[in-house]
Ligand binder design. Sequence first.
Ligand code: GDP
Length: 300
Amino acid sequence: LVRLRARLARSQSVFGQGLLGLLSRDTLDDDAWDEIEDTLITADVGVTSATQIVQSLRTKVKVLGTRSPEEARTLLREELLAQINPDLERGVRTEPHGDRPAVLMIVGVNGTGKTTTSGKLARVLVGDGRSVVLGAADTFRAAAADQLETWGGRVGAPVVRKDEGADPASVAFDAVSRGIEDGVDAVIIDTAGRLHTKTGLMDELGKVKRVVEKKSQVDEVLLVLDATTGQNGLRQARVFAEVVNITGIVLTKLDGTAKGGIIIQVQRELGVPVKLVGLGEGPDDLAPFDPEAFVDAILG
Ligand code: GDP
């Protein structure tokens, strides 16, 4: 955890230090407030949240006067936390139901980190003493199934796969069937993320979910979003949220960007909590999203 915090702090504090420097100036004129707003927008906080944060800070500073660096930090911390909404339920549902495993679908655009997240999540569960089956439902790219198999071997979770071009829903169905037969605790299904046409995607993901539900309820549909892709990634995420009922977001590659503000924007836009964050390519680089630790990493 300490290592993850350090990694988060390295990439995020650029933005936080800039904000703190601006907010603890001796005089805060309109230009300074504009700069604060620009800094927030540059960090992908989103225009609506950036405006709200600045308005709230302006009101407070008007009442309290300009702030010492420590006081500025306290104010900013409050505002950022309010935007992140620390009270949202962020636990990932991984508990089996009687003789049925928990079923988690991992969805998102190709390249965002779905397969890696599936592998890391399996690793966390196996490390916790739970048994996991992985389903390679991205049947459009043989390499994706190979990659998932590598993860399965690494973390000790069997992988259900079929030939390239097979029906993704049938792979998902088989993975859940296998999970039930083996009496495992959780089945994680890695899906395909081709954004060719919205209806194609809708048909495919909808079908995967419906077919799985013939066997077991789906406990989580986790949308994987690459934090480095900013507005473009967000646009793609919206399409997914329209076609399938997302239960949580996994924000990957936070180690590679100072734009962690995307957490605020994506939650506001999609109305679902960020539950997990990816902080590297290694098997242990997945962490539960902790709003307080995150804001502290930003503010240094
Ligand atoms: P998929 O196409 O959505 O399944 O994406 P992959 O899981 O294949 O990941 C795409 C690339 O992103 C790979 O090179 C991963 O190692 C890398 N990646 C995934 N998650 C993270 C992360 O949290 N941090 C970093 N730095 N790289 C990541």
